[in-house]
Design a protein around this ligand. Structure first.
Ligand SMILES: Nc1nc2c(ncn2[C@@H]2O[C@H](COP(=O)(O)OP(=O)(O)OP(=O)(O)O)[C@@H](O)[C@H]2O)c(=O)[nH]1
Ligand SMILES: [Mg+2]
Length: 345
């Protein structure tokens, strides 16, 4: 999954990108989106790998996209800057918390930019559909266009009420009708406040949390500087700063979860691997993550939860205790499931 790192110019997007992916930001590339990959650290995978001693251990990953900053004074041009994000599956909104104090105001303005960019797409499409519906066309085609038009009008109404289409809780068939527009306001979002040394200790303001209850704080610049210090100095410095430890791993896990992703594991002597799957995905979707053919030839999945496996200590014992189950196509995969897919042919 590709996650866009977004925000106003100078909010710290490239610093966050560097911190999360280890890839050095190149300002020239950010104009079109610079990509870097981050492994999602998972102590459960580490434990499984320790047990199975496989030839290869593969963690789940997220692709991050560093993007050009929005200009508060160039509202008309910002939709173009946001264009590189449309293909992404979600957004990390970086707020400047090191030199600006009104974080709620900053987020509100930023969300308005997203609405403004989507509004342009939605209203253009509405006018085109209205024109097309005036022309003679096969009834079936008209019916589809009418459905799309009605949905777009509902979406448009949410913008006018300063809500987002996410509040409509679209059904799958509705979502499919408008998927190709890649609306930014429908993408999962996590707000990350880029703190300076001083602001890190302060709690996030209540008015920000009212807008974004899952907002988190981070100090990427400080953390990167600290990793360069010798360990002794680093520990002393962190104690003085009141920093309990590095936050990078935890923040990667928070982003992964906020993007609506969970993992299931496959284990064995060759490879132990964490596979990302959208929350709510069933066993066939899981099989498809491994290989498209496996989704077609899926028969059953053998499943044991990580916790049960860890408690029982082996597949044999898990079977004896009845926690190693056979599941069918519609089984909803849970975070931490260890799965073995049985396929035909
Ligand atoms: N003091 C301080 N400066 C920071 C912090 N985070 C980032 N900066 C500085 O702010 C400037 C902008 O940071 P970037 O990460 O390049 O910001 P950006 O959002 O990528 O900026 P654009 O790509 O221009 O939109 C740099 O000079 C950073 O060193 C921080 O926590 N504290
Ligand atoms: Mg940048």
């Amino acid at each position: 999954m590709k996650v866009g790192i977004v925000g106003y110019a100078g909010s710290g997007k490239s610093t966050v990108f560097h911190w999360l992916t280890g890839v050095k930001p190149d300002p020239a590339k950010a104009q079109h989106g610079q990509t870097g990959v981050a492994r999602i650290p998972d102590p459960r995978l580490d434990w499984l790998s320790e047990l199975f001693q496989p030839k290869k251990t593969t963690a789940a990953t997220l692709d991050f996209l560093d993007t050009p900053g929005l200009m508060p004074t160039e509202r008309r041009d910002n939709p173009r800057r946001l264009g590189v994000l449309r293909e992404g599956g979600g957004l990390v909104v970086v707020l400047n918390g090191y030199s600006e104090s009104d974080l709620a105001g900053q987020l509100k303005r930023f969300r308005d930019e997203l609405i403004f960019a989507d509004l342009e797409i939605v209203t253009n499409r509405i006018s085109r559909l209205e024109d097309q519906l005036k022309k003679a066309r096969p009834a079936k085609e008209k019916e589809l266009q009418q459905a799309e038009l009605e949905l777009l009008r509902r979406i448009n109404a949410t913008f006018e009420q300063e809500r987002t289409p996410a509040s409509l809780r679209l059904r799958d068939d509705e979502e499919k009708l408008i998927r190709s527009f890649q609306l930014l306001t429908l993408k999962p979002e996590l707000v990350l406040v880029n703190c300076g040394d001083e602001t890190l200790k302060q709690p996030l303001p209540a008015d920000l949390l009212a807008l974004a209850p899952t907002a988190i704080k981070a100090a990427p610049k400080l953390e990167m500087e600290l990793t360069e210090l010798p360990e002794e100095d680093r520990l002393l410095f962190m104690e003085e700063m009141g920093l309990p430890g590095f936050q990078r791993d935890e923040i990667l896990r928070s982003i992964f979860a906020a993007m609506g992703q969970i993992v299931f594991f496959t284990v064995g002597e060759d490879e132990c691997r964490a596979w990302p799957i959208p929350t709510g995905g069933d066993a066939v979707v899981g099989a498809g993550c491994i290989h498209t053919d496996l989704a077609k030839t899926f028969v059953r999945a053998e499943v044991v939860s990580y916790d049960d496996f860890r408690r029982t200590g082996s597949m044999k014992e898990a079977k004896q205790q009845g926690v190693y189950r056979l599941e069918g196509k519609t089984y909803q995969v849970k975070d931490g499931d260890i799965m073995h897919i049985l396929a035909s042919g």
